[in-house]
Design a binder for this molecule. Structure first.
Ligand code: CMC
Length: 438
């Protein structure tokens, strides 16, 4: 493939030529506002009868998007142009949610109105609360999240017409607002405590903390430093371009499925240990390693191709540099320890593991760095969340990204159903053999 101007295609310097089957096929090259150009192959099959092959989508851009930009080599993450570090330091999760949904940072009155709107949707239909009783007490919170979020579509019929912008707006607000209530109830159910109803005088994150850790018998005081740290964790997880769960939401939505069903699909995808489940797996791994003297053994295991063990919270498809979210996460650990006057030896293990891995040729050559999940578990555990809740918290925060991406897709007039093709490797056509002849 070359990026020279084509002779028989559009006279644009932004073009590539594919030599396929002895035929020169001009392909348009499109440029975004920043980042790598893309070769537009939409007409390739019509022109050549060939598909492209890219399992895992390592070289495939699946859509246009103006939400989030990642430069994996430089370790840059921007939401609507704003660096994640600045948002984490100065912004709030509600403000970042507004930004992702609307494209601009809100003015004060816009933020107040948005926050009030989200607050008004925090309660769950009472009948939906009965759903929880159908689950075993030891159900994983993500199992409950998949079920309950999917079930929202059975309750909120007045916001499932995806062709109506008003329905799309209300369903988006409902999803963002109800996620903390759903996640907190999953936790309460697992510990056998009564559900705590939302208190809309609290912040989005303060309300979630109270619904999770409050009990009717006592007044719950939100600790501002913890509220701020958790809010920051939500900001760090809010969106991340076309990752597996976001692509799942987009693919589910491309058929016209309702947003509640689409987000339930995203939650299912997020659950896997290669994706959002890594935060739970990372803390379990750190606890299993236990003391720094065992780190070398686990690093050797991670490098051994015959051992399925991987360093959880390490490596990323896009980041070939330090994940900027991990930097913020690491400093937040100290902040939470100071606020709660606690410490956890697992943090020391994590720091030493990071140091040893970053000085190891295997990890250096493969450009494997800590990702967002490496330190988040240490913080969440210090706050009091059990490991099984970690991925549910990720889902809660990522809901805003999923919803914003889903809205972006649905409002694109060129939107089509997502339908990849395949390289078929099965048997060619053959005659059916009756049962008594086999
Ligand atoms: N420990 C040891 N080796 C690793 C690791 C790791 N954590 N990650 C990648 N490698 C090796 C891998 O074995 C492969 O080696 P080789 O080239 O010799 O076959 C090479 O690095 C490239 O890895 P890959 O699996 O081809 O890369 P990928 O882009 O398909 O996978 C990943 C990315 C995140 C799934 C992977 O790095 C991984 O499994 N990490 C651990 C799980 C994790 O922390 N996931 C959270 C990701 S960030 C949050 C999120 O997006 O949900």
């Amino acid at each position: 493939m070359s990026d020279n101007p084509v002779s028989n295609g559009p006279a644009t310097p932004n073009a590539a030529v594919l030599n396929a089957g002895g035929k020169e096929v001009p392909l348009q090259v499109r440029s975004g506002s920043v980042g790598p150009d893309v070769i537009d192959i939409r007409k390739l099959y019509a022109d050549t009868g060939m598909f492209t092959y890219d399992p895992g989508f390592t070289s495939t851009a699946s859509c246009d998007s103006a939400l989030t930009y990642i430069d994996g080599d430089e370790g840059v993450l921007l939401h609507r142009g704003y660096p994640i570090g600045e948002l984490a330091e100065h912004s709030s999760f509600m403000e970042v949610s507004y930004l992702l949904l609307n494209g601009e940072l809100p003015a004060k009155d816009e933020l107040d109105t948005f926050t009030r709107t989200i607050c008004r949707h925090t309660m769950l239909h009472e009948q939906l609360m009965q759903f929880y009783r159908g689950f075993r007490r030891d159900a994983h919170p993500m199992a409950i999240m998949c079920g309950v979020v999917g079930a929202l579509s059975a309750f909120y019929h007045d916001s499932t017409d995806i062709s109506d912008p008003n329905h799309r707006r209300i369903s988006s607000h409902r999803l963002i607002a109800k996620m903390p209530t759903i996640a907190a109830a999953a936790f309460k159910y697992s510990v056998g405590q009564p559900f705590v109803y939302p208190d809309n005088t609290l912040s989005y994150t303060g309300n979630f903390l109270r619904m999770t850790f409050g009990v009717p018998a006592e007044k719950y005081e939100v600790i501002p430093a913890v509220e701020r740290a958790l809010d920051r964790i939500f900001i760090l997880h809010a969106d991340h371009e076309q990752n597996a769960s976001t692509s799942t939401v987009r693919l589910a939505g491309s058929s016209g499925a309702n947003p509640f069903a689409c987000i339930a699909a995203g939650i299912a995808c997020l659950w896997g240990p290669a994706h959002g489940g890594a935060n739970e797996a990372a803390l379990n791994m750190l606890r299993e390693i236990g003391t720094p003297d065992k780190i070398a053994h686990y690093i050797e295991r991670a490098k051994d191709k015959n051992d399925p063990f991987r360093l959880m919270g390490f490596g990323h498809r896009v980041y070939k540099n330090y994940d900027p979210r991990a930097t913020v996460m690491q400093s937040t650990v100290r902040e939470v320890f100071d606020a709660l006057k606690v410490t956890d030896p697992v943090f020391e293990t994590a720091l030493q593991l990071e140091d040893m891995a970053l000085n190891d040729d295997y990890f250096r050559e493969k450009k494997l760095f800590p990702n967002v999940d490496f330190y988040s578990g240490v913080i969440l555990s210090a706050i009091g969340f059990p490991t099984t809740m970690f991925t549910a918290l990720f889902a809660l925060a990522r809901t805003v990204g999923w919803v914003a991406q889903w809205n972006e897709m649905i409002s694109d007039p060129g939107q089509k159903i997502g339908r990849p093709r395949q390289l078929y490797t099965g048997p060619t056509e053959r005659a059916y053999v009756p049962l008594d002849k086999r």
